[in-house]
Write a protein that binds this ligand. Structure first.
Ligand code: MAN
Length: 557
């Protein structure tokens, strides 16, 4: 043991001396310094028992990769000869070497040999730090081993109890799945019956509607005829109104409406700047310089009428002119403003009417405005429902009832289809190799920290809600299993949550551990909008011997 602890230091001295006494020192360094009696099998420092035969004292050493054979005294001489670092297992001379700690009493460990004598205690038996400051590291393998064994015992007990629960939930999961499959079969049967009923209701509805149509035919013909008459009357009224206006605007009564005549009417001052420009006048003459009555009725009246209606206080475009010129809206807006001004100054006069001409305008406008208001008010927006004879009414009622019953039958079919779809979707999810996570579907778990209430509904979604009120934020929707191989079922990913401000969509990773109860034990946000849930559940209590959780962090590297 003494040899072992001091070997490194003496070996360095040996290297210096060896420059002077190479020949004699060879035997000494071979016998004392390079071979460490750290356990019952003599082997160079940093070599595991299983590899000891590869380092045979007295024989030349061949690098593991076969690239070089060197005298045995070059092993652990603090000079890297082999490309694979195999000649320096006990020094940090090779960057890629491996140092083996025996760690008697605990678990053996391999560390990169670059960590030898780096001032950090990697091996619990302190064998990696034999250099300048060996007392810094103490052999605490006994204590660590005891703790590890206790921990292993605790884990084994937890696993035992957890595995029992796991078997029960596997059982429940498979019953659940079976029930779901049975439910699908039952629903498929119901669906067939519902479809038959729907077909029947469809047939009854079609028949009732055929009779209804037949009976309503004569009413429709009458209605159509009435509608045509009404349209004709409206067209005549419209033409008459247009002619009346034409005559009013045609102040020289020559049967032609000119730009000058239009310009005398402030109604046509589209931009309300106090005068009707040539351009504005031409607009109301359908882009002509002058027009006769016929053209006015056909082309100009649809443009003129809305402005008169606005002046009248009610806008409703004439039939066939649903498109409202943007100017009209502006015009209306200005009219409203003007009304307000008038109310404020109490004059009730239009701006610019003081010269008398405006007064005339106002007076003249009164007539058509009133007509328009009357016309608009008299329009029948809610016509009375038609009155049918008893027989027809009965047929209409029967058809209406048949339509209702068909709609109901159709809804029943669609509801069943939706239910089937939902169950199938649920059945298609991956609940683990033995369906051990199936019982978690349809449940929700909660965890509260200082700020938020977190919710995880396995196989559905994860969310977050501020404790002091505020809406729920989706952290993600069920995505996939993402545990590292071979423990794929040790972590879940919920992705495509609510977008993070100036960042990615939120997502949540759920690390799953064995526990006797299913619960969330912590939630953190290691990166903005990326959440990590630690969840315990008996479903994860699987006795997996390949799980080497005792490995040190260094070793993982
Ligand atoms: C909310 C929460 C936090 C998150 C920020 C990001 O406050 O969802 O978890 O970090 O938004 O802006």
């Amino acid at each position: 043991m003494l040899v072992c602890l001091t070997a490194g230091r003496i070996k360095r001295n040996t290297m210096i001396l060896s420059n002077f006494y190479k020949g004699e020192l060879f035997v000494l360094s071979f016998a004392i310094l390079l071979v460490c009696e750290c356990s019952e099998v003599p082997r160079p420092r940093g070599v595991s028992i299983s590899r000891a035969p590869l380092y045979a004292p007295g024989k030349d050493f061949t690098c593991f990769d076969g690239s070089l054979t060197i005298p045995f005294d070059s092993v652990n001489d603090d000079y890297c000869d082999c490309n694979d670092g195999s000649d320096e297992p006990g020094t940090s001379a090779c960057l890629n070497g491996m140092f083996h700690c025996t760690n008697a009493g605990h678990k053996p460990l391999n560390i990169p040999s670059s960590r030898v004598n780096d001032g950090i205690c990697d091996c619990c038996d302190a064998s990696d730090e034999y250099g300048k400051n060996p007392q810094k590291c103490v052999n605490n393998c006994g204590e660590m081993g005891r703790e590890a064994r206790l921990e292993a015992l605790r884990k084994a007990e937890l696993l035992k109890a957890g595995s029992q629960l796991r078997s029960e939930i596997i059982q429940k999961g498979s019953v659940m799945k079976q029930e779901m499959e049975e439910k699908i079969q039952e629903l498929e049967k119901n669906k067939q019956e519902a479809e038959l009923l729907k077909e029947e209701k469809q047939r009854i509805k079609d028949e009732a509607e055929a009779l209804e149509n037949e009976a309503l035919k004569q009413y429709r013909e009458v209605e159509e005829a009435e509608r045509k008459v009404k349209e004709g009357e409206e067209a005549t009224d419209n033409a008459e109104e247009a002619e009346e206006m034409f005559n009013k605007f045609d102040s020289d009564k020559n049967g032609i409406l000119s730009i000058a005549e239009i310009q005398t009417r402030s109604t046509f001052d589209k931009d309300r700047n106090g005068e009707v420009s040539d351009e504005e006048a031409r607009f109301f003459l359908a882009e002509q310089d002058e027009i006769a009555l016929e053209t006015f009725v056909e082309r100009a009246w649809p443009l003129v009428k809305p402005y008169l209606m606005i002046e009248g206080g009610i806008f409703k475009p004439p039939a066939g002119q649903e498109h409202v010129d943007a100017d009209l809206q502006e015009h209306e807006h200005q009219r409203e403003e003007r009304d307000i001004e008038e109310q404020e100054d109490g004059s009730g006069q239009h701006e610019g009417f003081a010269d008398g001409e405006g007064e005339e305008d106002a007076e003249e406008d009164e007539v058509p405005e009133k007509d328009i208001v009357d016309e608009v008010a008299s329009e029948d927006d809610h016509p009375e429902p038609p009155q049918y004879d008893n027989e027809t009414q009965n047929l209409v009622n029967t058809a209406t009832e048949a339509r209702g019953k068909f709609a109901e039958a159709d809804r029943v079919v669609r509801d069943i289809e939706n239910e089937i779809h939902k169950i199938k979707e649920s059945l298609d999810k991956d609940y683990g190799p033995q369906e051990e996570f199936a019982t978690l579907a349809g449940t929700c778990l909660e965890y509260t920290d200082r700020e938020y209430l977190y919710k995880l509904c396995p196989f559905d979604r994860a969310s977050q809600q501020p404790k002091n009120g505020g809406s729920e934020t989706r952290l993600g929707n069920w995505g996939e299993w993402v545990g590292e191989a071979p423990h794929r079922y040790s972590a879940m990913l919920y992705s495509q949550g609510t977008a993070c401000w100036n960042g990615p969509n939120r997502s949540a990773r759920i690390n799953i551990h064995c526990g006797l109860e299913t619960s969330i034990n912590s939630v953190s946000e290691p990166n903005r909008c990326e959440y990590v849930f630690e969840m315990h559940t008996p479903a994860a209590c699987v006795d997996d011997t390949s799980d080497n959780s005792q490995r040190s962090a260094h070793d993982e590297l």
